[in-house]
Design a protein around this ligand. Structure first.
Ligand SMILES: O=c1ccn([C@@H]2O[C@H](COP(=O)(O)OP(=O)(O)O[C@H]3OC[C@@H](O)[C@H](O)[C@H]3O)[C@@H](O)[C@H]2O)c(=O)[nH]1
Length: 417
């Protein structure tokens, strides 16, 4: 069942493109809207059928041998926005990386970018698999000698979590359990866990420290808190080295323009503020909907702490380096500065040069008025400080990628040739 032999030159999904004998560059076909839709649907269906045979390994070489001295990190959700940026940083720093992703939210195009940057055998392995399937996950762990796991894979929209709470409770808690069990069974000793400021809910006192009581108010935050509790209980009888990073609001993209944020268009209504601003600036949506103007903040809109993805992945690498056996480290990852949605929109207008049309709507269920971090613990203990603190500059970097990737990474499932 495990397919180690596939080369980068012959990914299954590449072959599925030629199966149809279609040419995307044919101008007549471009004008044929119905034809394009049918083509896209056929390709997607073919890819889904092929990819369903999980786990499917796409890599230049087998990864079953543990190379001495090279730390092998499993990056779950490595085809997603934060996971792909983390994988890039790890690879740049000389780690070997295995990405496991079910491509439900991530993009195979991000993996392809990484494979092109790091084609050497033994550097990067991509496994299409679902963490909800313990059997598959155990096969993956038993066939690879992972030294550490960065567990990013998860659904992560506050608004969606209020509409589909079961999806959130299931995906976030159950998959974390599966990962932890596989780590314990296969003697993998280091976990860096992606948690969130949403676990704090709406604290009375700002800024938020790591000892601020966690009283989440939406299913996303509650599920992440549950996953943290699972990890903490497990840690009491384990010598695993664990770091829990509570991210604030992640923005930006790779300064060298190789990776970006490409959320699924079908989830646009739940999307985060950065994606919505860029979609409005590109004219994909008629305007930005600011959700809630009657919060008790200086301008009535919600306040968030926007942290650049480059800084965030730096915090992960530092956490990995400082993780101690038998210890759990919990850290806020934010800039320490709160900005309102109106301030964010102003910065986005400047960054894009587009006078984005703004509509003001009622509050979004699940939102809290104000959160921003006190990052002193991570400053002190992990020697980490946010470097990319100019909101407009981070948005400019992200906008450059958005402009040069009008369709994101293309089809999220098909490896473009
Ligand atoms: O289209 C939009 C999107 C968002 N917003 C507002 O912008 C603010 C930020 O919302 P986002 O959806 O971008 O981000 P959230 O604060 O809800 O959660 C985010 O930060 C914490 C992370 O762990 C979560 O994964 C992430 O979704 C909220 O006030 C929201 O109502 C809009 O006004 N319009």
């Amino acid at each position: 069942m495990l397919n180690f032999g596939r080369t980068r030159a012959q990914p299954r999904s590449n072959r599925s493109i030629s199966l149809g004998g279609m040419d995307y560059s044919d101008p007549k076909r471009k004008n044929n809207v119905v034809g394009k839709i049918l083509l896209a649907a056929t390709l997607t269906a073919l890819c889904i059928i092929m990819l369903k045979q999980s786990p499917t390994f796409y890599s230049p070489s087998p990864f079953s041998l543990h190379e001495q001295g090279v730390i092998h990190v499993l990056v779950t959700g490595g085809a997603g926005f934060i996971g792909s940026h983390a994988a890039l940083r790890l690879l740049k720093d000389g780690y070997r990386v295995t990405i496991v992703d079910n491509l439900s939210r991530g993009n195979i195009g991000a993996v392809k970018v990484l494979q092109e940057l790091f084609p050497e055998p033994g550097r990067l392995q991509f496994i299409y698999a679902d963490l909800g399937d313990p059997k598959t996950v155990n096969i993956i762990f038993s066939q690879n000698a992972f030294d550490a796991v960065m567990h990013f894979a998860a659904v992560a929209y506050v608004g969606e979590s209020t509409m589909d709470p079961l999806k959130y409770y299931h995906n976030i808690t159950s998959n974390t359990l599966v990962v932890l069990e596989a780590m314990a069974a296969n003697d993998v000793k280091t976990l860096i866990y992606s948690s969130t400021c949403a676990t704090y809910g709406e604290p009375e006192k700002m800024p938020i420290t790591e000892v601020t009581p966690q009283v989440p108010i939406n299913p996303y935050g509650k599920a992440k808190k549950m996953a943290e509790d699972i990890i903490l209980d497990f840690s009491k009888n384990s010598d695993m080295a664990i770091m829990i990073l509570r991210y604030f609001n992640v923005i930006g993209s790779d300064p060298e323009g190789r990776l970006g944020e490409a959320p699924r268009p079908e989830l646009r209504e739940h999307g985060r503020i950065s994606g919505a601003c860029f979609d409005a600036a590109r004219g994909i949506i008629p305007g930005l909907k600011v959700k809630g103007t009657d919060y008790k903040t200086h301008d009535g809109t919600c306040i968030r702490d926007y942290i650049d993805v480059t800084d965030l992945v730096d915090a992960h690498v530092k956490a990995l380096q400082k993780a101690m056996p038998g210890k759990v480290g919990i850290y806020n990852v934010g800039t320490g500065k709160g900005r309102s949605v109106k301030e964010f929109v102003k910065a986005c207008k400047k960054a894009t040069g587009v006078d984005i049309k703004v509509d003001y709507l009622p509050r979004r269920p699940g939102d809290y008025a104000e959160v921003f971090s006190d990052p002193s613990k991570i400053n002190l203990e992990l020697n980490w400080t946010a470097q990319y603190t100019d909101l407009q500059k981070s948005l400019q970097t992200a906008w450059r990628w958005q402009k040069s990737h009008q369709n994101g990474y293309g089809s999220p499932l098909v490896m473009a040739s």
